[in-house]
Design a protein around this ligand. Structure first.
Ligand code: SAM
Length: 243
């Protein structure tokens, strides 16, 4: 089982520390996109966390189930109104099975990167394909590896700098490794929270989808279907299982 980086205090503070991602202006377009793709069927969220997307999606009438490694994150979800409609399995989303089949599976907010090996990411696509109905879709929202702005020989890239948060990505270029360091003031002291990731190229994800029998259907740079271009720093991609 992969290491759980979202237990205890991290889960306790998750909604507050990611407050901008809970803004209705951020969540609304994600939910609209997913409702449309679900086409009246059920949706499976990998890394459901505290329900940032699952709860509003469920409130739109989509049956939602989820998988998450962190009992503490799921406990926070369980405190929220509407959570009783959502079935959650505790486990690794690369391998955990959930009862039933789905017209949609989704993995948002860079969470595919939490699988730190290529093998685990490949296994995740296979696991998703096994849950999807024919014609079902898998959606991933993830950053494009930021290597174009990393000078040769350098490892660190500051991605946020404010009074309340300093974010630094540490690249291991050879292994596609990435550690995101987050520094936040807690009770007058700066605390560090570091999470290991594996960054992954869009084309590599397409190949993982093909290995799992799925093909690319759409790729955008955002949830409002903004075009994906050479300048895009993230993408929202949709792969389809053949009907
Ligand atoms: C950045 S949070 C995203 C939570 C939620 N999807 C959101 O958008 O707010 C990542 C979540 O994925 C879960 N997670 C990370 N790796 C996992 C794995 N291998 N299997 C299951 N859950 C995992 C973490 O426990 C955490 O709840």
């Amino acid at each position: 089982m992969p290491e759980n980086h979202f237990g205890g205090k991290v889960a306790e503070r998750y909604d507050e520390s990611a407050a901008d991602m809970f803004d209705p202006a951020v969540v609304g377009p994600v939910v609209d996109f997913l409702v449309e793709l679900a086409r009246g069927g059920a949706a499976l969220e990998l890394g459901i966390g505290t329900g940032r997307i699952a709860l509003p999606l469920s409130q739109q009438g989509v049956r939602v189930a989820g998988i998450d490694l962190s009992e503490d994150m799921v406990a926070k979800l369980r405190e929220k109104p509407g959570a009783e409609a959502i079935e959650v399995e505790i486990g690794d989303f690369a391998t955990t099975k959930v009862e039933g089949t789905f017209s949609l599976a989704y993995l948002v907010f860079n969470t595919i990167n939490n699988l730190t090996t290529q093998d685990e990411q490949v296994a995740c696509f296979r696991n998703v394909a096994g849950h999807l109905e024919p014609g079902g879709c898998f959606v991933i929202e993830v950053g494009v590896p930021g290597l174009r702005t990393l000078p040769p020989g350098k490892r660190f890239q500051v991605f946020d700098f404010s009074d309340t948060h300093i974010g630094i990505d540490e690249y291991d270029v050879v292994n596609q490794g990435l550690i995101s360091h987050h520094l936040s003031p807690v009770d007058g002291r700066w605390e560090i929270f570091s999470v290991p990731f594996r960054s992954v190229w869009p084309s590599e994800l397409d190949l993982m989808a093909r290995l799992a029998g799925m093909t690319l259907r759409e790729r955008w740079s955002g949830w409002r279907r903004e075009p994906f271009t050479s300048k895009s720093t993230k993408h929202v991609s949709v792969w389809e299982k053949p009907a």
